[in-house]
Design a binder for this molecule. Structure first.
Ligand code: ASP
Length: 592
């Protein structure tokens, strides 16, 4: 080793030791005839000192030390005169005897400190420098811990980590595939896996019984904020289980991670049906750190000739506790907020429950005190609370109210990132009608689409609805939600060829198409497929949640930007004519 110690480990007990450290120059400063250097490595920062008038000092001084230079230094550990309580090594410094410059550095394009002056694009372009920053490095250390603890937990339960291929067949599972042309099989393409779904099911047919993999997945989706075209899942599958077994096993994993990584004991994870999640939160991944449930006001407000409510299919209310003192200006601003094109509400009705116990609403003309009191009762409002009401079409209003609830949660400080609330959402519908989802191939519009994926098992008691009311069929599918973020999802699978074929039929596949795309799986089901089911956790998202961050990007070493580009290596990029030719790809130069 070039060094005896790291820059993070020396303490007062080490005084008088002769040590050699290696690292990067964080900063230098001159003070009263001495020069101080902060030397940084992955483990911390250690202060180096030399005085200008000792012989060695003069020599070091001549060299000059600039930021990010790589040094190997030897010296004696001494006690600091002025200690730095904020630094674990802050009681000591190294009196230098020898310095070797291992490498020089250009001036970095941004400061390598926790608070940097580098904007997002610049940091991504020089990600290797960004990764020197303690805050970013800590995120990757957390990610490492999460991965280790995941493996520890699953290994103890006899799960085997098995690698599945990355060059596979295009089997649209929910999004578009990334495809890779094959040179040896001209005009044919591999696809990158959206998840190892079919392979893990085949492993169950093989008898592997308990599988997991921390694995890269790829989805060619229109990028929304904070989505990555390649991301990592903790992917799991088990045989001879029912939904309850999976929920227990992975509630256990969640509990293990919270305990080992954050030192938190989480309570039993409550369960909510999809139908109730939509009813009470307007959302299938509710943030349950706070209550503020949606209350159906339609019956309560009808018959009073207030046209907005009379005409509305749905009237929903929430009670924002402690917000009755909201000023007119705040309420106007909130009204503008719900009218934005994203929510497109026509307006916002409110009623303040004042501290003296009277209610004052924006529709006092139509509703008297007694009626307003009933409103308060219905949504459990207390004096000091503010009742907010939206009205309109069912889907739009429920969605808008769900957003308003989250916004009020933010404004009232109810969404503390250090507080965690986990939830299972169960009994999802098996299918949803695809009106024309921009993330799906256009040819899939105007037909039923699997809400989870086409291998999910309907609830046995709902199977007979497949012919008559496909939208009413519930699935043995579940999501795990933490703080309003869907961190994982899975299902009990179909393991019977005929049922799987039936499902492809409902999804609008011809027999031939189904056989061509999924024949390998259906054939496998004819060789003794065990009942099985599984789940996958979004690993990047889970890490960012544990790290208390909004964005997953800082938990990925080399992420893509919001347009799916890696600006550091400049990908995607063109390839040479020669490569194209070998692949048999002819790029049209004509504009379509
Ligand atoms: N393959 C599924 C997904 O990626 C997860 C699962 O059903 O296990 O969402």
């Amino acid at each position: 080793m070039l060094r005896t110690n790291t820059c993070g480990e020396l303490r007062i007990e080490d005084v008088n030791k002769n040590v050699t450290l290696c690292g990067w120059v964080q900063k230098t400063r001159k003070l009263g005839g001495a020069t101080f250097i902060d030397l940084r490595d992955r483990y911390g920062i250690t202060q180096l000192i030399f005085s200008d008038d000792d012989q060695a000092g003069a020599k070091f001084g001549e060299e000059g030390f600039s930021r990010e230079m790589v040094l190997k230094v030897t010296g004696t550990v001494i006690e600091r005169l002025s200690k730095n309580k904020n630094l674990p090594t802050g009681d000591i410094e190294i009196k230098l005897q020898h310095v070797e410059i291992l490498n020089r550095s250009l001036t970095p394009p941004f400061t390598i400190e926790d608070e940097t002056d580098g904007g997002d694009e610049l940091r991504m372009k020089y990600r290797y420098l960004d990764l020197r920053r303690t805050v970013v490095r800590k995120n990757l250390e957390l990610r490492h811990r999460m991965a280790i603890e995941t493996r520890n937990y699953l290994d103890k339960l006899d799960f085997l980590e098995v690698e599945t291929p990355v060059l596979i067949k295009s089997t649209p599972e929910g999004a578009r595939d990334f495809v890779v042309p094959s040179r040896m099989n001209q005009n044919q393409f591999y696809a990158l896996p959206q998840s190892p779904q079919t392979f893990k099911q085949l492993l169950m047919v093989s008898g592997f019984d308990r599988y997991y993999q921390i694995v890269k997945c790829f989805r060619d989706e229109d990028l929304r904020a904070d989505r990555q075209p390649e991301f990592t899942q903790i992917d799991c599958e088990m045989s001879f289980v029912e939904q309850e077994d999976i929920l227990q096993t992975f509630e256990g994993l969640t509990r293990h991670l919270f305990k080992k990584v954050k030192g938190i004991d989480i309570p039993t994870i409550p369960r909510l049906s999809y139908a109730d999640a939509m009813k009470y939160y307007g959302n299938d991944k509710p943030d349950t750190r706070f209550d503020m449930k949606l209350v159906d006001f339609k019956a309560l407000v009808s018959g009073k000739s207030f046209k907005v409510f009379e005409d509305a299919e749905t009237v929903l209310a929430i009670s924002a506790s402690g917000a009755s003192e909201y000023t007119r200006k705040q309420l106007d601003e909130l009204t503008e907020w719900v009218k934005r094109p994203q929510l497109a509400a026509t307006g916002l009705v409110y009623a303040r429950y004042t501290a003296d116990g009277t209610l004052k609403s924006s529709v006092d003309k139509f509703y008297n005190q007694e009626e307003l009191k009933k409103w308060a009762q219905a949504c459990d409002a207390k004096p000091g609370d503010l009742i907010l009401i939206l009205a309109g079409g069912e889907n739009k209003t429920r969605k808008a109210m769900s957003e308003l609830r989250l916004e009020m949660g933010n404004r009232l400080g109810l969404r503390d990132k250090n507080k965690f609330s986990c939830l299972w959402v169960v009994d999802f519908p098996l299918l949803e009608w695809n009106e024309g989802d921009p993330n799906l191939l256009a040819s899939l519009a105007g037909r039923w689409h699997a809400k989870h994926h086409p291998f999910t098992s309907p609830k046995p008691e709902d199977i007979n609805l497949l012919n008559t009311d496909p939208g009413g069929v519930r699935a043995n599918a579940y999501d795990i939600v933490i703080n309003g973020v869907e961190v994982g999802g899975g299902s009990i699978r179909i393991h019977n060829r005929d049922l799987q074929a039936k499902l492809f039929e409902v999804l609008g596949f011809s027999k031939e198409e189904a056989q061509k795309q999924f024949g390998f799986l259906m054939n496998a089901f004819e060789y003794g497929a065990p009942p099985h089911g599984g789940i996958a956790f979004g690993f990047d998202r889970l890490c960012s949640l544990f790290g208390g961050a909004e964005s997953i990007r800082d938990f990925i070493a080399f992420p893509k930007n919001n347009s799916g580009r890696d600006v550091m290596i400049d990908a995607p990029s063109e390839i040479s004519e020669e490569q194209l030719k070998e692949l048999g790809i002819h790029l049209s130069t004509e504009k379509s």
